[in-house]
Design a protein around this ligand. Structure first.
Ligand code: IPE
Ligand code: MG
Length: 212
């Protein structure tokens, strides 16, 4: 989810206004993902490097996260959305912890969409922690999460920024110049359409089917 700041700046608004619009885009995209039959959606909400941002911006982001946990969970539960939060919890505002735990618990039976929010997330840190326990690729996968099929990066950036590094081993990448606050169902459809045109070989050779 990138481009909130640029969206706001282009309108002479404070960056926090861009983050608020970004939260609307989260709601739209989660609904769209459900409609389109996506099984797992992981959103990069706040990276471990985002602590370097000004305190006021960090607070605004934490407030939006708090609000999401309070306002959206009942609807998630009703719609069969299971929410998980990945990343470190020990540096988050203390009041968020029980909210996260209760959101995860009350949506744990959801089987329509697994929505994973990455907050204070660093893939390198996640890999280091998992590698202390795991001895095989399968054990690493079980600790980190499923392999990513499609990674979407908005706002014209073309880098991973410490996101799902292990899980993206064979991910297909979709880059769009669209800013995150403008992201909508059509954007997700376009990304999935792009994905469906990729030939995934996973390192093997695939012989083209002879024409019928
Ligand atoms: C949202 O976009 C990212 C986060 C929620 C941390 P940015 O805040 O990175 O927006 P830009 O890159 O400055 O436009
Ligand atoms: Mg950015």
């Amino acid at each position: 989810m990138d481009g909130n700041g640029r969206w706001a700046t282009a309108r002479s608004l404070p960056r926090a206004a861009g983050h608020r619009q970004g939260a609307q885009a989260v709601r739209r995209t989660v609904t769209a993902a459900c409609r389109l039959g996506v099984s797992t959606l992981t959103l990069y909400a706040f990276s471990s490097d985002n602590w370097k941002r000004p305190g006021a911006e960090v607070s605004a982001l934490m407030m939006l996260f708090r609000r999401y946990l309070v306002q959206e969970i009942e609807q998630c539960r009703r719609e069969g959305i299971r929410l998980s939060v990945i990343g470190r919890r020990d540096r988050l505002p203390a009041d968020l912890i029980p909210l996260i735990e209760s959101a995860e618990q009350s949506t744990s039976a959801g089987n329509r969409l697994h929505l994973r929010l990455a907050v204070d997330y660093s893939s390198r840190d996640a890999i280091l922690a998992a590698a202390e326990k795991a001895r095989t690729r399968e054990e690493m996968g079980a600790l980190l999460g499923p392999d990513v099929d499609l990674l979407i990066r908005t706002a014209g950036e073309q880098r991973l920024s410490d996101y799902l590094l292990w899980e993206c081993a064979y991910a297909e990448f979709h880059f769009t110049g669209q800013l995150w606050p403008d992201f909508n169902q059509a954007s997700l459809e376009a990304a999935i359409g792009d994905f469906q045109n990729r030939v995934r070989r996973f390192g093997a050779v695939i012989h083209p089917k002879p024409a019928a």
